[in-house]
Design a protein around this ligand. Structure first.
Ligand SMILES: NC(=O)c1ccc[n+]([C@@H]2O[C@H](COP(=O)([O-])OP(=O)(O)OC[C@H]3O[C@@H](n4cnc5c(N)ncnc54)[C@H](OP(=O)(O)O)[C@@H]3O)[C@@H](O)[C@H]2O)c1
Length: 168
């Protein structure tokens, strides 16, 4: 995980430095896994609005097509499951047809299959680790050859990484 973390670069806030946020990502190439809904789709819309060319993924083809249509321009949908390495290879091969590098990898695809200790099934464990751990790691690892100085890796985490301190 060290090499993965060493590539993690936290982006600037939108108000920082008086930059023109509308063109901040002009000419940049971004991958967003889980980009057909929720946080990923909202990010894809924002990235395109700021000038990026964006590739979004998801397993559900109708939702992916609808997301591409909503975003409207500078977006490509690549259907795939992040826990399937062949699907990830196809994603990066698709990007490579048009670009020789990637500026932003947003490994966002994930799920929460919640159950209390004592009731966790093997199937739930496998699904969670296949997507949230294996999928995330290989999304980033397979992107490494396409990254260059200044590229960013953004990982969606969870509030469950924080321990409740008893205060409301
Ligand atoms: N919203 C929250 O409160 C919250 C809290 C903690 C963490 N998160 C994390 O934030 C990320 C975004 O969640 P969200 O709230 O925006 O929910 P969401 O709308 O359900 O988005 C999840 C996205 O991940 C995709 N996805 C799920 N499994 C996938 C797989 N195996 N391969 C490829 N894509 C997959 C989904 O598309 P398909 O179903 O079409 O594949 C969808 O686009 C997730 O990683 C989630 O675990 C969210």
């Amino acid at each position: 995980m060290c090499s993965l973390l060493s590539h993690l670069i936290i982006g600037k806030t939108y108000s920082e430095g008086g930059e023109n946020i509308l063109t901040k990502l002009e000419g940049k190439v971004a991958i967003i896994t889980g980009g057909n809904s929720g946080i990923g789709l909202a990010t894809a819309k924002r990235f395109v609005a700021e000038g990026a060319s964006v590739y979004i993924t998801g397993r559900r083809k109708p939702e992916l097509d609808a997301a591409v249509q909503q975003i409207g321009k500078n977006v490509t949908g690549v259907q795939g499951d992040v826990s399937n390495l062949a699907d990830l290879d196809r994603l990066y091969a698709t990007v490579q047809q048009q670009h020789d590098h990637i500026d932003v990898v947003f490994a966002n695809a994930g799920l929460g299959d919640l159950a209390p200790l004592g009731e966790i099934s093997e199937a739930s464990f496998d699904k969670t680790f296949d997507v949230n751990v294996k999928g995330l790691l290989f999304t980033v690892q397979k992107a490494l050859p396409f990254l260059r100085e200044g590229s960013s890796i953004i990982l969606t985490a969870s509030t469950t990484t924080r321990q409740w301190d008893g205060a409301d």
